[in-house]
Structures are given as C-alpha cells and as structure tokens.
Write a protein that binds this ligand. Structure first.
Ligand code: RIB
Length: 314
C-alpha cells in the first residue's frame, strides 16, 4: 500500500436493484419495472470508489467469495485505481449481496446478505496485514457491515498508533463508549444518530443537541447528515474552541439516493485528509452527495471531483 493512502476496511456487495411502484407490504407481490440491475455496491467499496473518484489515494481491505460476483466486485475496485492488495477471496463464503427496492421518488429499502463480509478480520492473517498497512495510512475508514469485533479491534489499534479513524455508523448498531472515544470523525444520519443517542433527530436544532452529546463521548468531530436538508458538523479546533457548522444542500432532481451517505463519507474524508478546513470539507461533501442522488446506482452513480467542483456554480 502506498505511503499516506486512505485505508478503507469494509464491505463489498453486488447490488440487485429493482424499481418498484411503492415499497411492498407483508404478503404483497409487486411487479417491478424493467429488468433486474446488478451494480457493484457495499458501503465500504462505495466509500473507497467515491474517494478515488474525488482525488484520494485509496486502499481497501475486505472479502469477497470465490464466485462471479466476487470477481466483478474486485474488478470494479481495480478499475477505479483502488489498491486491492489487502482484499481476500474467501474459500467458503459467498460474496455479499444487497437486495435494493428503488421507489419512483428515488428512496430505497435495502436488505443485505453479508456472506464473506462477515469474515473480515476474523481471519487473523488478514487482520495482521491490515494492522501492518495501517502504519502507512493517513486515515482508517470503517462502517458497520463487517463484524463489530473487527471494528472494535481496528479502532483500538489505530488509537494506539495515532491514526485518525473515520467511522460511518451504518447500518446503525450500538458500540461501546471506549470504541467511540477512539474515533476521530463520526459520521451518521438522523436515524443512526437517534439510535445511538436515544434522542429524536428531526431538525438541524435536534442534530446540534445530539452532536454535542456524542462529542461528549470523546469524539473530536461529529457529523450528522440530514438528507435533503444538508449536514451539520460539530468539532473542536486546535485551540479547544467548539465549532458548529451547518451546510444546506442544493436542490436537485432525485433519481436514486443509494450510496448518497457513502459518497458523503468519501468526500468528507478526502477533503479533511487533504487538510481542508472543516467548513470547506463539509461544503464539498454535501455537494458531492447531492450530485450522487441525481444518478442511478451505487458505484455507477458516484461523481468525480471535477463534477463536484463544477456543481458549485450551477
Ligand atoms: O449504502 C448503500 C449500500 O448499502 C449499497 O450499495 C448496498 O450494498 C448496502 O451495503
């Protein structure tokens, strides 16, 4: 892995996308529109590809199965210049898949069959390679589609070597306070923030209150994404002064919200790792994810850096 690369440890899924007229209810058979679409996805891989398209130097560690989906998922990483030398092909488990129902207004419902993703870090040999690579990385990016135990162990190892951890708490799951206190940047949406804090998050003001509570766990920077309403970032600067920065989202025609959060995580990480001030990084991330929702598919819809910068003036 190249010195200074951003290391993503996370999931890869083959997304199986069906357009539906509305979300099905129990016992209902729905006729979807058109054919099934297979698109490379998975929160970890989406974030890695987002960063690569946005100008980051990225390596990814994860697991796929010894199957055609696995080959395609690995191929998708490599074609985006993501270093895949820490990827492992699992001899027993199938590649992860995600079943995605996409509604006409671009919203989705997702079910993941994690497969090989749930072996990430379980294999001690791969775990040791990841920790070794962390010594050369500029940041470690994690989500929660791999075993929680792996997330806890990697966060602890990163804290011991002073490596910043960016954690995207998706899908939402409880984490011990010790792990949270070792995270540098916590990124979560309204629902995830509500689950973690036990408090309602329905407005920017709610987000401000909850972000401050989460910062109290010892996290330097907390970012709560608010969908079409933008995002809020709360941080403490070098002088120990607390800053709360809100960025509204531009209005866009929504096609597909899948991976909008992943695009946000990727963009914010690249900008912060480049040393951009938090307000510029937040502006970049909100505009990147707004562009994502105008395009279909997870990795297929992620924007480039040039597209994001051009969108500032449109
Ligand atoms: O965040 C979007 C992703 O969630 C999809 O690509 C799907 O694979 C699930 O992991």
């Amino acid at each position: 892995m190249a010195q200074g690369a951003i290391l993503v440890v996370g999931s890869l899924n083959m997304d199986q996308v069906v357009r539906v007229p509305h979300m099905p209810v129990v016992g209902e058979t729905l006729l979807g529109a058109g054919s099934l679409k297979l698109i490379p996805g998975g929160k970890g891989a989406n974030q890695a590809v987002a960063m690569a398209r946005l100008g980051g130097q990225v390596a990814m560690a994860g697991r796929v199965g010894r199957d055609p989906f696995g080959e395609r998922l690995l191929g998708a990483l490599k074609s985006e210049q993501v270093d895949a030398s820490l990827m492992v092909t699992d001899p027993r488990e199938a590649s992860g898949v995600a079943f995605i129902f996409l509604s006409p207004d671009g919203d989705n419902a997702i079910i993941v069959a994690a497969g090989a993703n749930m072996q990430v870090g379980v294999d001690e040999e791969q775990f040791a390679h990841i920790v070794e690579a962390m010594r050369q990385a500029s940041a470690l990016v994690l989500q929660l589609e791999i075993p929680i135990e792996t997330v806890k162990r990697l966060t602890k190892a990163a804290a011991e070597m002073d490596l910043p951890v960016i954690l995207n708490l998706a899908p939402a799951q409880p984490l011990p306070r010790t792990t949270l206190s070792q995270v540098s940047v916590l990124i979560l949406n309204e629902t995830e923030a509500s689950i973690l804090s036990g408090q309602r998050v329905e407005s920017v003001d709610d987000a401000r209150i909850v972000a401050a509570v989460l910062q109290g766990y010892g996290i330097e920077t907390v970012v709560i994404t608010l969908g079409a309403h933008g995002a809020l970032l709360v941080t403490t600067d070098d002088a120990g002064k607390k800053q709360s920065i809100y960025q509204a989202a531009p209005k866009v025609a929504v096609v597909d919200t899948t991976a909008a959060g992943d695009c946000f995580v990727g963009a914010l990480t690249v900008a912060l790792t480049e040393g951009q001030p938090p307000e510029d990084a937040l502006h970049f991330a909100v505009h990147a994810s707004a562009l994502k929702v105008t395009k279909f598919g997870a990795q297929s819809g992620l924007p480039t850096k040039e597209e994001v910068l051009a969108s500032y003036h449109s």
